[in-house]
Design a protein around this ligand. Structure first.
Ligand SMILES: Cc1cc2nc3c(=O)[nH]c(=O)nc-3n(C[C@H](O)[C@H](O)[C@H](O)COP(=O)(O)OP(=O)(O)OC[C@H]3O[C@@H](n4cnc5c(N)ncnc54)[C@H](O)[C@@H]3O)c2cc1C
Length: 324
């Protein structure tokens, strides 16, 4: 089958999110010969820069410029997409908080199949798309078939597909703003609240020593701080550490925390949930220390150490200090 494939583009301050080019790869995994169409919604001059930049990577870039689209209001954007998408469209969204808000309702309105949190595709068998998902923090893979003959709405897990950097599509920007109909909705956007700034800015650091629940006790964070000092990095963490109030929220890496782009990422006692890994961009060198050989983090780590971190990390720090 040959359906038109669309990718919804998340963008901020005139820059497309990393997931934009990941969705190009995801679309090509489904239909290898396709150049997907980007859907960019927003308001004002920022939008042109995003659209022009994306044109090289997409067959077409559909621009929708309207003041009601200035904020990522899932209800308004769902209404827009219902009106402009063709009947058998296959639409990809990043599986982030916004995608989770928008996509399921859209599939109901379009009467098409919904696939949540797709972590891979194994091609088409007739009209059936073979999809891989991961359950139980990535310890189990499930394979499912989705009948996409009437179109599909698919949420793709961020960070799974390599961004397509080839810029080989040579597409063009098509201003579809005149197609925007009534966007009045019940939900009103009040304001954007930026995350609080911490004492360190982990988004700017080249080396992060990140601690997860495996650190076991607040007092043990000192071990990570010593390692961070030895390697010239700073300490970041997974969400349970923030929930336990052992570290401040600005140190949290992940989809509901900070997006970081270090060169080296050391994951100490972190299982590797997609919400955590979704906050790590730029393909850093990942060193994981975990006492469970089956922890999902080892599937993506460049170096994996199967050890109790409480024993291993102090020795590593000592050796690094000796080496200096
Ligand atoms: C909407 C939503 C948003 C979320 N956002 C985020 C987010 O932004 N960031 C985030 O991190 N999480 C987020 N989460 C939570 C996420 O799903 C995971 O629960 C979390 O990432 C797990 O953190 P963890 O790896 O530290 O803990 P766990 O998954 O419990 O893993 C602990 C790991 O430590 C290992 N371990 C235990 N003891 C030791 C030891 N002594 N030595 C070595 N290894 C040891 C274990 O084998 C295990 O692999 C979110 C969840 C939801 C639902």
């Amino acid at each position: 089958m040959a359906a038109q494939v669309f990718a919804y583009i998340v963008h901020k301050n005139g820059v497309a999110d990393d997931t934009a080019l990941e969705l190009v790869s995801a679309a090509r995994n489904i239909f290898p010969d396709t150049s997907p169409t980007a859907i960019v919604t927003g308001s004002g001059t920022d939008l042109d820069g995003v659209c022009n930049d994306l044109a090289a990577s997409f067959g077409e870039v559909w621009k929708f410029d309207h003041e009601a689209l200035a904020y990522p209001n899932a209800e308004a954007i769902r209404k827009l997409l219902m009106a402009v998408l063709p009947a058998d469209a296959v639409v990809l969204f990043p599986h982030d908080t916004f995608g989770m808000d928008l996509a399921p309702g859209l599939s109901i309105k379009l009467n098409s199949v919904f696939v949540s949190d797709a972590a891979g595709f194994e091609g088409l068998d007739g009209n059936n798309l073979k999809v891989i998902r991961q359950e139980y923090s990535g310890q189990v893979s499930t394979h499912l078939m989705a009948d996409i003959s009437a179109g599909a709405v698919i949420n793709v897990r961020p960070g799974i597909f390599q961004p397509d950097e080839s810029r080989s599509a040579g597409g063009q920007v098509v201003d579809k703003s005149s197609k925007i109909g009534d966007l009045s909705v019940g939900r009103r956007f009040l304001e954007v609240v930026e995350a609080e700034a911490g004492d360190v800015d982990i988004t700017k650091e080249d080396i992060l020593v990140s601690v997860g629940r495996g650190i076991e006790d607040q007092d043990n964070i000192e071990i990570a701080e010593e390692l961070a000092e030895a390697v010239g990095g700073v300490v970041s963490c997974s969400r349970p550490i923030v929930d336990a109030k052992w570290l401040e929220k600005p140190r949290q890496v992940g989809t509901s925390g900070q997006t970081v782009k270090p060169k080296v990422y050391m994951a100490l006692g972190i299982s590797g949930s997609f919400q955590h890994m979704g906050g790590i961009k730029g393909n850093p060198y990942i060193i994981a220390v975990n006492k469970n050989l089956k922890a999902p983090i080892f599937q993506i780590a460049d170096v994996g150490v199967v050890e109790d971190l409480l024993d291993f990390v102090p020795v590593l720090t000592e050796k690094i200090q000796e080496g200096k």
